[in-house]
Design a protein around this ligand. Structure first.
Ligand SMILES: Nc1ncnc2c1ncn2[C@@H]1O[C@H](COP(=O)(O)OP(=O)(O)O)[C@@H](O)[C@H]1O
Ligand SMILES: [Mg+2]
Length: 255
């Protein structure tokens, strides 16, 4: 394992009014790793990843990417580092179709004067979107339908495909299989394996122990806004993970 983490959060604090969502939370992921971030509802998982992505700015602590401090950066600047996030609320544009959602915020313009006038290269984006979905083995019933007409599972697949296709270094997924049935969940887990095979890293927030045991190399557990355990998947078991999540088991060296 390399000594410099790809991404590291150290002692991050974040408060929303009276709520202390993060009380010195730490997190680490190395290149090529799949790390599951686990914890009970309200443990601070979503807040931590939003703080990493620049959606929230931390009140204190450090966030480093490839050794460089990125705390408080704008989300677009964080994305430009090669980090893509699937948020729990998916952040899709409901009235737009699948290709438009895959290119959301990165729309391609037609060449020449039309492009200069802001005309979108819809045909080329549609063709590329179809290819991306095909490459990722994501099947969408009707790519031309407004995304709000698709099922929750299909929408989640589009959000995952968008992140995986744009991320150069790190994909962060906040409960990506929450709305999925068994076959679709297996498709997302297979996609996560392929992201790792390509040398990129994945942070997976999930409540599903079987999913986590299947796909994660390591598990970091948050409890009440702090990291309480760092576990290697093949050296732990479900009882220990649940124990860390509930506080019934504590790891001696948790930071
Ligand atoms: N924007 C917000 N405003 C107020 N409180 C928030 C906000 N976001 C999160 N919280 C609170 O912070 C705590 C951690 O939430 P969250 O990070 O969503 O937990 P998790 O994702 O682990 O379930 C919860 O008590 C939640 O209610
Ligand atoms: Mg959450």
């Amino acid at each position: 394992m390399t000594t410099t983490p790809l991404l590291e959060a150290r002692e991050v604090t974040k408060r929303f009014g009276a709520v202390e969502a993060l009380r010195g939370a730490s997190f680490q992921i190395f290149p090529g790793e799949v790390v599951a971030l686990m914890g009970d509802n309200g443990a601070g998982k979503s807040t931590l990843i939003k703080t990493i992505c620049g959606v929230n700015s931390p009140d204190g602590g450090e966030v480093r990417f490839e050794g460089r401090s990125i705390a408080g950066w704008h989300p677009k600047a964080v994305q430009a580092l090669g980090i893509e996030t699937v948020y729990q609320d998916l952040a899709l544009a409901p009235d737009l179709d699948t290709p438009a959602n895959l290119f959301l915020g990165r729309e391609r313009l037609k060449p020449g004067i039309l492009g200069a006038l802001g005309v979108l290269a819809k045909k080329s984006m549609r063709a590329e979107a179809s290819q991306v979905l095909k490459d990722l083995s994501v099947k969408i019933k009707d790519e031309t339908a407004p995304i709000s007409n698709l099922s929750g599972g299909q929408q989640q697949s589009v959000a995952v495909a968008r992140a995986v296709s744009w991320a150069d270094k790190l994909v962060i997924m906040d409960e990506p299989t929450a709305a999925l049935g068994v076959p679709q969940t297996q498709a997302v887990l297979a996609l996560i394996d392929r992201v790792r095979d390509s040398g990129r890293s994945v942070v997976l927030i999930s409540h599903s122990l079987p999913d986590v045991m299947q796909v994660a190399d390591r598990i970091e557990v948050l409890r009440l806004g702090r990291r309480v355990a760092q576990l290697v998947t093949r050296e732990t078991n479900e009882e220990q993970i649940v124990g860390a999540m509930t506080g019934a088991w504590t790891q001696e060296v948790a930071a």
